[in-house]
Design a protein around this ligand. Sequence first.
Ligand SMILES: Cc1ncc(COP(=O)(O)O)c(C=O)c1O
Length: 386
Amino acid sequence: MIPRKNILSFFCSSHFYSKFFRYYSTYPSSFFKINSKFDSDQIYDFRSDTVTKPTDEMFDIMRNASRNDDVLDEDESTNELETYMAELTGHEAALFVPSGTMTNQIAIRAHLSTPPHSVLCDFRSHICNYEAGGIAYHSQASVTPLKPSNKLFLTCSEIESELIVTDDIHYAPTRVISLENTLNGLLFPIDEIHKISKLAKKSNIKLHLDGARLWNACAETNSSLQTFTKNFDSVSLCLSKSIGAPIGSVLVGNKEFIKTAKHLRKLFGGGWRQCGLLAAAAKFAIASNFPDNLKKSHLLTKKLSNELFNLGIHITLPVHTNMIFIDTKSINITTGELANRLALHNILIFGNNSTTTRLVLHYQIPPISIEKFIDVVANIIKEKKN
Ligand SMILES: Cc1ncc(COP(=O)(O)O)c(C=O)c1O
């Protein structure tokens, strides 16, 4: 078995993250030099909500999961999760898939048939920036990335004015509109989603939602998943982000769509065999964390954001759920220096030579770490003044 410390070192290393997140860049490798004797149980990891660790209770649940072959459709725990997710989202069927990237890419591929065709989305969205160019590779589609003029979410009228619905052979018609909720932690207003859904139906365009963090949107707005999911032809929901499961995403849609998706999952190499233990862990994570633990982490996020703002740090996007985007220029420190100082207190953030970064909270970030975080920043500011 790899020692825990080595696993952590790998995931914190710049090697792992450097190419991954263009805008939040690398975590300084100095952490492990500075902090050679840390206890991994006391690490407060603000880099992402993907970092939550499976709990002992989760392992107990995994031990009792079914152990059959899902490619042969024989695994009870997997079928149970899929039925549960279909019911929760008000869709006919669901498919358990290894990653959020795979659910999104399968969904887009399943909605599209023959090129030329295109997918319209927010220019910041995961599907067009962080899925390794998957839309071009898997679906031979071009992307129409739009910049929302309100800087928060795309409006129906913005989308309508950019749809490609002409027969002119110079263009690739829009066949899919893909939204993301939350996006950078921002809530997509439900009224706007209703309008976009109507527009998509009227225009005979499929509407997909990257709902990797739809759980957060629902927890924050006290809404059921169905409030959002019923407006879409397909929705991808991640289980390995703030909901806290170790691995997996679920794609929902109608029966025919999920049948195609299942075929494509196999083609993508994502047909998994004895995955019941992961499905059981995911169902347990949903029951344990949604919505209350997410709500708590949103409250802590707002607390941290308010305190940082009061200390003079610029908060560059509104804080709706579990993410804070900061600019440390005003306190004259790079995010790399801040990361190194926080690392001395077992707090992990992404940092580099720039002054902007993203902080992400999740249910394994306790209130005590917020106090520590604030203390470190307050001390740095005090030192700079002296
Ligand atoms: C909004 C969004 N969608 C999709 C994904 C992809 O998920 P995965 O890392 O499981 O491929 C991510 C990952 O961070 C994400 O933030």
